[in-house]
Design a binder for this molecule. Structure first.
Ligand code: LRH
Ligand code: MN
Ligand code: MN
Length: 424
């Protein structure tokens, strides 16, 4: 389904008067708002190809219909999101859930929608048809060298596919770990993993990055071979300058101080990117900002402070990705909400009065420090995000327009009602 510029222009026209009233009020309250507009426009959030169909849990999946049946249709869906918000300018693929075949044609199609290919995700947490060895007892850490070799080769194949598509990063998440005490020699598991990662790292093109994602639990519940940011950091430090830690917000133990982790990884120059989502319990993969928006803001507060301290480009020097999956929402609506929540937290962080915060910290003025952060968090910056969209040629209210156009019904008519296996 193609979205014409005139459709967006008509939609914006119908909402313009109200929008102008809101943005004028915001400008009168926060004179600096316009300074951050270009930064907001530049921040693009990658859409995971595996979030475009209805997700689910291990107990079941309830499709809303109209799911993309091919990589081409996934690209079309992300193109639609990008046309609506001009903030989702890339797609992140998962191999072999995605099977890119005609790379040049796929690249052209993506370019027609204004999309780039973000990180390529490998998958050695499932067995794939035809493979010689099982990953039942792990992949890169496996006790059997032949299994490790198979997993290394899969990752190198993913890099090769990514090169064809113009991607610049390999994202690795390992389910390797153990379920019972005694199952594993931790030191040997670490050393095997390091050796495997070194072989993958050696195959990275010069302008590529490797992101190593950690997760504290699931599917292994006693130990994880890359279970937390300390373990990931150990690996990436040993690998070299192209290796970084990737933070998936849902992969921590309850109440972990993720913003502090972010701050220290940044300080060490080892924070590569994010998988944004939200959770109340574990790796719930709920819509970003739906449960703990203040935590999201605090993470962005550290990001802005830390990236500015290292003179990093907010938009270019970090991998911004969503990793979420849903049973009860239209996945496209959900992704629009996640992107909006990410950009809102970013805008709030950009507008923190940093000088005043530093002064309050230097004076141990704890109450003042809290007031400064919360003043920014509690300012309604939604009109600013709408203004950024208006200026970029996107819709003032992407979700409303998505509904007005009955996008899901059109997709169902075009693609049918049946669920398409995503592998999740
Ligand atoms: C693991 C994970 C990882 C996978 C994705 C499907 O929980 O977060 O990023 O690649 O889910
Ligand atoms: Mn993830
Ligand atoms: Mn996860």
């Amino acid at each position: 389904m193609q979205l014409h510029r005139s459709t967006i222009a008509d939609h914006n026209e119908s909402l313009l008067k109200d929008h102008q009233r809101r943005i004028q009020y915001l400008r009168s309250e926060v004179p600096r708002v316009d300074e951050v507009l270009p930064l907001l426009t530049d921040l693009q959030v990658a859409i995971p190809s595996w979030a475009l169909g209805t997700g689910g849990t291990r107990f079941g999946r309830f499709s809303g219909g109209g799911e993309p049946r091919s990589l081409e249709e996934k690209i079309e869906d992300v193109g639609l999101l990008h046309a609506l918000n001009q903030s989702s300018g890339s797609i992140s693929l998962h191999i072999p859930w995605d099977v890119p075949q005609h790379h040049a044609a796929i690249r052209t199609l993506a370019a027609q929608h204004g999309l780039l290919f973000d990180a390529m995700n490998s998958n050695t947490f499932q067995d794939h048809p035809g493979q010689a060895y099982s990953y039942k007892f792990g992949s890169l850490h496996h006790v059997d060298k032949a299994v490790r070799k198979q997993a290394v080769e899969h990752n190198i194949e993913v890099i090769r596919q990514g090169v064809e598509l113009g991607s610049k990063a390999l994202s690795i998440w390992l389910s390797d770990g153990s379920n019972f005490p005694g199952q594993l020699n931790f030191r040997k598991a670490f050393q095997n993993t390091l050796e495997s990662l070194q072989e993958i790292y050696a195959a990275l093109p010069a302008d590529w990055k490797l992101w190593l994602e950690y997760k504290a639990f699931e599917p292994n519940f006693y130990s994880g071979t890359v279970a937390d940011w300390g373990q990931s950091l150990l690996f990436v430090n040993k690998l070299g300058p192209k290796a970084f830690t990737l933070v998936d917000l849902g992969h921590h133990l309850p109440n972990a101080n993720i913003e502090q982790i972010v701050s220290l990884l940044l300080m060490e120059g080892r924070l590569g990117g994010f998988h944004f989502n939200d959770s109340k319990y574990g790796d719930d993969d709920l819509t970003t900002g739906s449960i703990r928006p203040y935590q999201l803001f605090l993470i962005f507060n550290e990001l802005v402070e830390g990236m500015d301290a290292r003179h990093m480009s907010h938009s270019r020097d970090m991998g911004w990705m969503i990793d979420a999956s849903h049973n009860v929402k239209d996945p496209l609506e959900d992704l629009l909400q996640s992107v909006e929540a990410i950009k809102l937290a970013y805008a709030q962080a950009l507008l923190v009065d940093r000088k005043a915060l530093q002064e309050a910290q230097a004076q141990n003025d704890v109450a003042r420090a809290q007031e400064i952060l919360q003043a920014s968090f509690r300012t309604d910056l939604r009109p600013l995000l709408a203004e950024a969209r208006l200026q970029a040629g996107a819709a003032l209210d992407p979700l409303q327009l998505f509904r007005q156009l009955h996008v899901r019904n059109s997709l169902i008519k075009e693609r049918g009602n049946t669920a398409v296996a995503t592998g999740l």
